[in-house]
Ligand binder design. Structure first.
Ligand code: NI
Ligand code: MN
Length: 228
């Protein structure tokens, strides 16, 4: 079992009962983020790409919790230079075993600069996370791509975390197509309603993936879902 908490935007906290993994911790300056001080005590931080709404509070939180940052080579190296003690670099198509299970980086079609700078952050990524006996796909920020079919073929995905807000990423229609390609058991929408520019109704996404055999779950920031 994995407890999946939606912090807001693209930030999720995964708790397998032994380790806590925080993904894309955009908390400061995030108008919707909900996270308690206790939930900030984590073991691992995954960063999909360098944009400020994903790198977010990662460096400060890693130092506070002595957590390991896992990201692409460029971002992991940058975090190390900023004084984070434990970092692990991966890159697209590569994976590694960690105490929580394993992590593999997937492609994502997007950009990546480091925080609010114009420094190159390497290729943006998505994640295949194996933990607590489940396979979770976090797409990162991405447009729709046909290789999602391959991602769904290589792994039986229990839960897909997919952006639906449009403008910077897939909108609802493209995210529905992504569900068709990935064939996950369940999907939770993300990267919407944080700002007006990415406003949409997630219930439309849930209704449209039902005929595809996928259960959609809408979480409000701060809400959790027990993935079993
Ligand atoms: Ni981005
Ligand atoms: Mn983003």
């Amino acid at each position: 079992m994995v407890k999946v908490t939606f912090v807001g935007h693209a930030c999720f906290l995964l708790d397998n009962g032994a380790q806590k993994i925080l993904i894309d911790p955009f908390i400061t300056g995030n108008p919707v983020a909900k996270i308690s001080e206790a939930q900030k005590k984590i073991d691992f931080i995954l960063i999909s790409h360098g944009h400020g709404d994903h790198l977010g509070d990662a460096i400060g939180l890693a130092k506070k919790s002595d957590a390991m940052i896992i990201s692409n080579y460029e971002i992991a190296t940058y975090c190390g230079e900023q004084g984070v003690q434990k970092t692990h670099p991966l890159h697209i198509g590569g994976g590694h075993d960690f105490p929580f299970g394993s992590l593999k980086l997937t492609i994502a079609h997007h950009g990546s600069t480091l925080g609010n700078s114009n420094l190159y952050g390497g290729e943006p990524a998505g994640f295949i996370i194996r933990t607590g006996g489940k396979v979770i796909y976090h797409a990162g920020d991405t447009g729709l791509f046909l290789d999602m079919k391959l991602i769904g073929e290589l792994d039986k995905i229990d839960l897909a975390l997919l952006p639906i807000g449009g403008n910077f990423t897939m909108d609802i229609s493209d995210a529905v197509k992504a569900v068709e390609f990935l064939s996950p058991r369940k999907a939770i929408p993300m990267h919407y309603n944080t700002f007006d520019l990415i406003a949409c109704n997630p219930v439309k996404f849930v209704n449209r993936i039902k005929p595809l055999g996928a259960e959609g779950i809408v979480l409000k920031p701060g809400e959790s879902y027990d993935l079993s």
